[in-house]
Structures are given as C-alpha cells and as structure tokens.
Design a protein around this ligand. Structure first.
Ligand SMILES: Cc1ncc(COP(=O)(O)O)c(C=O)c1O
Length: 327
C-alpha cells in the first residue's frame, strides 16, 4: 500500500508503521459470472490484509501520522474490525490504545484487541453508543479520538483501494462497484482516489457507478438515498455484518454525494440472504466471504433482478473482512 506514499499524508518515511497491508488480489469470478449471466464479475479480497480486514489500510496511515505528530495515547469506537487493526498498529508503534466495542461483538475480536495489549471497554448498544463513550473518555483523558471521518487520515489510507483498483485493472475502472457501507470511509476514500487520478489525467473514461449495500437491520443511508432526508429517530438492530450496523454515520452527506455524483444507487439485503450468500459463494468459488462481502454478492443478484446491471458491464464486489473473525 505504501507504494502510494506520495499520495499519503506521512512526511517522514521513518514514521511509516506497516504490517504489510494492501495490494490485495482482485479475483475474476468466472463461475458466478456464468451463473448470473454477466461477462465479468471481479472481487477485491480485503480479507488477506493484516488483522483480516480493509481497516488495516486506514489505521496504518492513521497510526503512522499519529506517530509523526507525537500522539502517545488514542481511543477508538468500533464495530470490531477497526478496533483490532488499530490495536495492532498501535502496538507496533508503542502507542497506548483504548477500544470501545459493542458487548455483542464476537469473542475473537475482543480477544484480538486484548492480545495486542489494548484496553477494551464493552458497551451495551451499537457503535453510536461506543462513539459517545469514546468522546467522553477522550475529553477526560486526552486520548486522541480515532473515530471514522472525525480523524482525517484513515480516509487517506482508504484511498489506496481506489489507486489499487485502477492500477491492477490497467487504468480501466469497472462499470459498477458494490461496496458494503457502514461509516462510508471506504466508499468516500475510493471516490477521492478516482477524482485525484482523474485530475492528474491518469484515468480516462467514465468513473464507476458506486453502489452501497446495507443490512435490512440497519439501513439509514438507503433510506436517506431514497427520500433525500436522513431518517429521524432511526432505531437500528445489530447485524451479522457488524461493520454495517452504523445507525448514524458521521459522513452521511458525503456518502450521499458519492452515490449521487457517480449515478449509483443504494440497496439493502436481509440477514438471511447474507447467510445464504456466504454458503453459495464459498462453495462455488473456494473463498470465504464475510457477511459484509456476502452483502455485495447478494446485492448484485438483486440489482440483476431489477435489471440495473447489464450483461456487458464489469462489476467489482468487495470482501472487506475475513470470515474467520465472525466465529
Ligand atoms: C468487514 C467490514 N466491512 C465493511 C465495513 C463498513 O466500512 P465503512 O466504514 O467503510 O463503510 C466495516 C466497518 O466496520 C467492516 O468491518
């Protein structure tokens, strides 16, 4: 990922804290494309990142920049994967970390943070409740708040998703990207990368339609896209795809802007469909999808049913996390 260092905010390369994140494979899914009647379906597999998710990208940049700025203590509210990633990078950089996570998160994720020697605080509720607790603690202790999109550098790390897609596909972007969206950092980061490359003349042709997928249990951005207004008093339930259970994304306007500007759309999938999708995909392709990854696959199936995707379009799906972390 640090091949793109010139595009990232770390000034002195001695401050780079890396565990080997990025440059993840893009697989061509021949079997599923034939089954679904499309010419080309691609999958970017972010599960092979250190700590098993795409969160490694943002947190490698965030911790590198924190080190450069002399930050020694930080705190993060997380649905799970970001907490594990921050704990790992902070351990390597000798930065103290407190992770605030929903109590219902799978044990593997809690144990992961503890083994990197993070302090773990469990909260009854979803990530919004964790965010409130993290803010209080940050004000009290002075720990730097690493919340998504409030801290500016995680987004810069996520930009590398966009650079890689372009470089790996020989500077021809797919027609459609389907992305499992919670806080929206990946979506907004990719879009920022596409715009930056376009400005430099590295990309010609159209940018992809950006499609967000959310769970039926927590779909505020789909509602906002459909009605133009963020739902009032939105009450969300937990999801098997815990990264998607974000009831009130801080960057909701930016998410909406990316969908609109790219002429994309927003869809939901049910919890049952995510499970069915994992079973079908894993058995067909020999790869393990996380529930979030499965949401992109099931989302594609829905879009084909609605006639939104056409046979000759290239679609890129995302597996954002490792199946093993959901046990
Ligand atoms: C596996 C996984 N996929 C997707 C997401 C949503 O990420 P974003 O904040 O980029 O929308 C998360 C966030 O926790 C996640 O852990």
């Amino acid at each position: 990922m640090w091949r793109y260092a010139e595009w990232l905010p770390v000034i002195n390369e001695a401050n780079i804290v890396s565990l080997g994140e990025g440059w993840t494979p893009i697989h061509t899914l021949y079997k599923l494309a034939a089954q679904l009647g499309l010419k080309k379906i691609l999958l970017k597999d972010e599960a092979v990142n250190p700590t098993g998710s795409f969160k490694a990208r943002g947190l490698s940049v965030a911790i590198s920049k924190a080190k450069e700025l002399g930050i020694t203590n930080c705190i993060i509210p997380t649905a799970g994967n970001a907490g594990g990633a921050l704990s790992a990078y902070a351990a390597k950089a000798n930065i103290k970390v407190t992770v605030v996570m929903p109590r219902h998160t799978p044990e593997t994720l809690k144990e992961e943070c503890i083994s990197y020697s993070a302090d773990l605080i469990l909260i009854d509720g979803l990530i919004d409740a964790c965010g409130k607790k993290a803010k209080q603690l940050s004000e009290k202790t002075g720990a730097f708040d690493m919340s998504t999109m409030k801290e500016p550098y995680r987004l810069e790390g996520k930009k590398t998703l966009g650079f890689e897609i372009a470089e790996q596909l020989n500077w021809r972007l797919p027609d459609i990207i389907i992305y499992p969206t919670g806080g929206g950092t990946g979506l907004i980061g990719m879009w920022k990368a596409f715009k930056e490359m376009q400005q430099l003349g590295w990309l010609t042709g159209k940018l992809p339609k950006m499609i967000i997928v959310q769970s039926e249990n927590c779909n505020p951005m789909v509602q906002m896209f459909e009605t133009g207004i963020f739902p009032d008093n939105f009450s969300a339930e937990a999801s098997l795809a815990y990264g998607l259970a974000v009831p009130s994304p801080f960057a909701k306007d930016m998410i909406q802007q990316v969908i609109r500007e790219s002429k994309g759309t927003a869809i939901t999938v049910s919890e049952e469909d995510m499970t069915k999708g994992m079973e079908a995909f894993n058995a067909a392709e020999g790869m393990l999808l996380s529930p979030e990854g499965s949401a992109t696959y099931m989302g594609l199936k829905k879009l084909i049913e609605k006639d939104y995707v056409h046979e000759d379009e290239t679609v890129l799906l995302f597996n954002t996390g490792a199946w093993f972390k959901y046990r």
